[in-house]
Structures are given as C-alpha cells and as structure tokens.
Design a protein around this ligand. Structure first.
Ligand code: CIR
Length: 264
C-alpha cells in the first residue's frame, strides 16, 4: 500500500445519522444548542461530499441514547488491513463502541480492540505518510495510546506519541492532512516534531477551528465559515469543497469526526 492509500485514498466510508439527542452533545463551553434541522442539512451535505469524492458510504441508524454518536471517528480506526475498536474517553460515549462493533465485524476480516483500562478517541489519531501520530489528551491516555501502538504495529503501521495542546479537545481539532507532504496546523502545533519533515500551512489567527479539514482522494473538505483559511488552501492548490459546520462546532466537532474512511 502506498502512503497516499493509507492517508487519503479511500473507497468506502461509514457515517451515522444524527439522533434528535445530538443537540445535547458534549461541549467544553456553551454556545447554545445546535439546531437539529440545520445540523441534519449540514450532515446531508457532508454525506453528498463523501459520495462526490467517490466513497461507497454505509449509513448507520441514529442512536438516541448517545448524543455524540454521529462522531463515529472517535470509536474506531479503519484501514485496508482491518479495523481497531477504540474505548472513548468520555463516560457518556463509552457505550458507542459496542454499537458499531457488529458493523466492523461485517465489513472487516480483522477487528482489533483496545483492552481496558486504556482510553483512546479517534479524534486524537492522525494518519501521516510516515507514521500514525497519537495525541495524548483529556480523552486519550498513555495506557490506551500504548495499546493502540501495538494494534497499529500489527497492521504494519509505525506510530508516534504527541500531546494535544492544553485546553484542546482532540489532537485533530488543531491539525489535519492536506496532501502527502502538507499538514494544516494551528500556530501552537506548527513546531511539533512529528511535522518536522512536512510543509506546514498555519491557520490564520482567529480561524483555529478551521484546522480540521478532511482530504479524500482529489477533494479537500473544509469548513465554509473561515475565508482566510479557504484562501490559504486554494493558493496551495487544493480542490476545496467548503461545507457548513456551524452546528457541529457548537458541540466541539469538525469535519473528520463524522466518518470513518478506508481503501477497500
Ligand atoms: C465530544 O465532546 O466528544 C463531542 N461533542 C465532539 C466530538 C468530536 N470528535 C472529534 O473531534 N473527533
């Protein structure tokens, strides 16, 4: 498998439809509840973008008991080699893993798991061409990161441990892959050793939530609300698909969180 296949050359995706309870999703600061109908519209546009990028998408049913369950990225990692079922760090999200297990078992020949007591959220895991970076955070602990490193090694993937900046929810809230040689990062992550060999596009001050973009095949999905970052990506030569993210941002989420992608 080439680096691009591992990082952004995908053919399949899993998403989960938003539940009505999504408006009560976890958040660090209260900026008001998301509007359910607007969020549904934004989620539909996201699903359309995945299809435009060429992904065959499995849509899982909503889970009313789990407000944050549309953020499937946090409960599993998926690769051509197989899947890894994670143990999310937030108490209210721990049952979500069990809810996606059967789907992973249907779609993947191999499903590895993070054993208790380790905790890992997929939002803390960035797949780069040379290594998978695991960011320790309030959700991902050292025990979980060590168990994840073993799972990744079983799939032939090298990993590195980094640290999610203080106060940040997830590592990927502040960085994401633009292409094989380039990452988009907030200023405070720009000098991270894991990015030393890569070109770094630094998100303009005041647009930090824009750091979470999603590269899929020839397209780069980016948040529509951040014009200076969109310009930066455009100047870089990316084919950008701007998507509205106002409602999921109220519950601390970005574009990568709403899907699992892999090359089947
Ligand atoms: C949470 O706090 O878990 C959700 N409200 C947001 C999760 C966003 N997921 C992600 O960035 N990978």
């Amino acid at each position: 498998m080439t680096a691009a296949q591992c990082c952004y050359s995908f053919t399949a995706a899993i998403v989960r439809a938003p539940s009505h309870s999504v408006v009560h999703g976890l958040r660090a600061a209260d900026h008001g509840n998301p509007d359910y109908h607007e969020l549904l519209k934004q989620h539909d546009a996201y699903r359309d973008a995945l299809r435009s990028a060429g992904l065959e998408t499995t849509v899982l049913p909503p889970l009313e008991d789990y407000p944050d369950s549309i953020f499937v990225e946090d409960v599993a990692l998926v690769f051509s080699q197989g899947a890894i079922l994670l143990r999310p760090g937030a108490a209210t999200r721990q049952g979500e893993s069990e809810q996606i297990k059967a789907t992973l078992n249907e779609l993947f020949a191999t499903v590895l798991t993070i054993p208790p007591p380790g905790r890992v959220d997929g939002g803390d895991v960035l797949v780069l061409p040379e290594a998978v970076v695991i960011g320790l955070s309030g959700r991902t602990d050292r025990t979980g990161a060590a168990a994840l490193a073993d799972c990744l090694a079983a799939f032939g993937l090298r990993s590195e441990i980094a640290r999610t900046p203080p106060g940040g929810l997830h590592f990927k809230s502040e960085c994401s892959l633009v292409d094989e040689e380039t990452v988009l990062v907030t200023r405070r992550l720009a000098s991270l050793t894991a990015f030393a060999k890569m070109r770094r596009l630094v998100v303009p001050e005041g647009e930090e939530p824009a750091a979470n973009v999603l590269r899929i095949n020839h397209l780069l999905l980016a948040s529509a609300g951040y014009p200076r970052t969109l310009d930066l990506l455009d100047q870089h030569g990316s084919t950008v698909v701007p998507l509205e993210t106002s409602e999921i941002e109220k519950i601390d989420a970005g574009l990568t969180c709403m899907s699992l992608r892999w090359y089947r």
